[in-house]
Ligand binder design. Structure first.
Ligand code: ZN
Length: 694
């Protein structure tokens, strides 16, 4: 059930905020009219027209039930408005604010890389001499200050020279203290760096995150100033370890981004989605800025104002992710990876079978998205960790050998192409001989004459090597793609296409294709590598009668206030992208084999005694570097033929498909299966459901 989890007080708050945002400029202008001071008399002697942007509020991102993931928080700031600035009084106004903030022991934004030490100007030193990142940042700032945009001085100019130039340029008189002159110069230099002096930026932020007291003091100042209190929206990550790899962040535009995006109405101080959902849905989340034109008389009164373009706030995005299931998945992957042989990494993806929506996608190692944004040391540690790669979305962006989990593709293709039937058998002599050669490929067991269903549940290599060899690599690829393997699943954010074994692919990789490769591809080896997302899509396709729908992360979008739905991926009407066209009878043969895999095959531990009936296929792929990779695809609940069912105790829960991967999981390690069981426990039995989210 998708609910708009929005309480009445919250709706009221949102509405009030928007009302305030709208009226903000008008309020200050009325305030301004009261002012009859000196500056006003020297303003232009004619009516002036100002074109003012009305900033759209970025849409919020929530889970399917409205649990907050990326939301907005109101912050108050002191800003200067370009259209009010008077050069003659600017230093005085800045000085006034500095005195006020100092008196109240409050901070303002000061980026100038020059400080006063023993009465002399010196360049700033990093607080920790070993902090290379801070050192580089300071160097960049000094370079920018001396550069052609600001001071246009030689690169070896001293701090003293820089300051004297700034004082001269901004006409800072000797009546002021050195410290005050430095502080004013710092702000004025930043105005240049942020293109406020040219008017390209309409607003300049003096201080951010005002306390309640400061907000009321600055708001209460009688008019006549070119600064005012502005309420801005700051992105806030909630439940910050829940969905880090998928959610993504927003960040300031780089200079290149700005050049590219300014034609789309972006301002220099705008933010944009950097990756994940924030990036993929940038257009929808951003909304559309409005614009109004006001006409000010020479007496400083508003003569007229006209909304030229209505502001459209960004859409609120409801993901298909279920926060409860996601949390269980995160914890289970971590716990089970740490219990595995390598203790290094793991991933699990959960899809709903009827519409291919992603209910959970957990990657280990995980990270804290809020800390990633705020803490530069934490950020540097994450980006420089090339061993554990904590920022890598292992569910969507990394690919693993599927091993025997791939055999279902070959079973479906072999049956449908008429190369095998239910009774067709292959002889397994603890392996298989490539026809016409003495090359023997081993099987884990001695299976004698074996047919397709037993070959699935005991995972006999011989049967699938033989069937794959007879099918040929083109046919295998044709079916694999229909399952979503080696092709994009369609999910909204970045995903890898994986690697589908084929002579063309081998050529791309710079190698030679051998006659045994087709057979090896049939047991999930050769160059086959897929993402956990692709493997989950594959499992869901088996469960969904061979019909593959678009895998997706967005349940719906509403307007900002969450009242009207503007877009929906309707679970009852999913977008079909492919169809295997495997007959019902053939599909049933394969699925029954997968059901037996859980009751008496390679997944019977831990599923044989489990009280939800499931169907699965496991995979172990030998890793040349030593420790085996572990893969499982599983779906349920099923009947005893391996077909998904909505009958029985779990009729209110649509069936799900799960893929779990533990690279270097280990030869006899079962932990990858326990991850999937934790998912079924959480989804169908509500285990861990009492958790509270922010
Ligand atoms: Zn065998």
């Amino acid at each position: 059930m998708v609910k708009n989890n929005i309480s009445k007080p919250r709706l009221f708050l949102l509405s009030s905020f928007i009302a305030i945002a709208f009226s903000c400029f008008v309020y200050r202008l009325i305030d301004w009219q009261v002012f009859k001071g000196e500056e006003l008399r020297i303003r232009a002697n004619f009516n002036a027209i100002y074109d003012i942007p009305i900033k759209a509020i970025r849409g919020e991102i929530l889970d399917e039930n409205g649990v907050s993931l990326a939301v907005n928080e109101v912050v108050y700031q002191v800003v200067f408005d370009r259209f009010k600035i008077q050069e003659e009084s600017l230093n005085k106004e800045i000085s006034f604010l500095i005195d006020l903030f100092k008196k109240k022991k409050q901070k303002w934004i000061d980026n100038l890389p020059i400080v006063i030490k023993d009465g002399k100007f010196v360049f700033l030193e990093p607080s920790n001499p070993n902090d290379e990142e801070e050192k580089k940042k300071i160097e960049r700032n000094i370079e920018l200050l001396k550069g052609p945009d600001v001071l246009n001085l030689n690169s070896y100019a001293s701090a003293e020279e820089c300051m004297l130039n700034l004082f001269d340029r901004f006409k800072l008189s000797d009546n002021e203290s050195l410290e005050k002159k430095r502080d004013i110069a710092s702000l004025r230099a930043r105005m240049i760096m942020e293109h406020f002096d040219t008017g390209e930026a309409k607003m300049f932020v003096f201080a951010n995150g005002l306390t309640g007291e400061m907000t009321s003091i600055v708001s209460g100042l009688s008019g006549g100033f070119s600064f005012r209190v502005n309420n801005d929206m700051k992105r806030k990550i909630r439940n910050s370890t829940l969905l880090s790899h998928i959610l993504g962040t927003v960040g300031k535009l780089s200079k290149d981004d700005y050049e590219e995006l300014k034609s789309k109405g972006y301002a220099l101080n705008d933010v944009t989605g950097q990756y994940g959902i924030e990036r993929a849905l940038e257009k929808e989340l951003r909304g559309k800025n409005g614009r109004k034109v006001i006409e000010i008389t020479k007496e400083g009164e508003i003569k007229s104002q006209l909304i030229k373009e209505e502001v459209v706030h960004g859409d609120t995005v409801f993901l298909t992710i279920n926060a409860h299931l996601q949390k269980v998945a995160n914890e289970s992957v971590e716990r089970n990876v740490l219990a595995s042989t390598s203790k290094s990494a793991g991933a699990v993806v959960v899809l709903r079978v009827d519409d291919f929506s992603v209910l959970a996608a957990a990657t280990y190692p995980n990270y804290d998205l809020a800390k990633y944004k705020k803490d530069s040391k934490y950020y540097n540690k994450l980006v420089s960790d090339n061993v554990n790669k904590p920022l890598l979305n292992r569910c969507f962006d990394d690919a693993y050998e599927p091993g025997s989990a791939f055999k279902v593709v070959v079973a479906c293709a072999g049956l449908q192409e008429g190369l095998i039937n239910m009774k067709h058998s292959v002889h397994c002599s603890r392996g298989w001989y490539l026809p016409g050669s003495t090359h023997h490929v081993p099987c884990m067991g001695y299976h004698g004459n074996i047919e397709v269903q037993r070959a699935i549940f005991v995972s006999c290599n011989a049967f699938f090597l033989d069937t794959a060899h007879r099918l040929g690599i083109d046919k295998i690829c044709e079916y694999a793609k229909k399952f979503g393997l080696g092709v994009k699943t369609g999910v909204e954010i970045h995903e890898t296409v994986g690697s589908l074994a084929h002579p063309d692919r081998r050529r791309e990789l710079g190698g030679k294709w051998y006659p045994t490769d087709t057979a090896f591809a049939g047991i999930g080896q050769s160059d086959n590598m897929f993402s956990p997302l692709q493997l989950a899509t594959y499992a869901a396709t088996v469960a969904n009668d061979g019909v593959r729908c678009m895998t997706h992360l967005v349940r719906k979008r509403t307007d900002y206030l969450r009242k009207d739905t503007v877009f929906e991926n309707d679970p009852k009407n999913p977008q079909v992208v492919d169809n295997l066209d495997v007959s019902k009878e053939n599909m049933e043969i394969v699925r029954e084999g997968m059901y037996w895999n859980c009751t008496k095959g390679t997944a019977s531990n831990p599923f044989a005694s489990y009280n939800i009936s499931l169907a699965s296929k496991t995979g172990t792929s030998q890793n040349p570097s030593g420790i085996d990779h572990k893969v499982i695809i599983v779906y349920g609940p099923t009947n005893d033929k391996g077909a998904v069912t909505t009958e029985g105790p779990y009729k209110d829960f649509p069936p799900i498909a799960v893929a779990s991967v533990i690279p270097k999981g280990g030869t006899y390690n079962q932990t990858y299966k326990y991850i999937t069981r934790d998912i079924f426990d959480a989804y169908f039995k509500g285990v861990g459901k009492d958790v509270k989210f922010d």
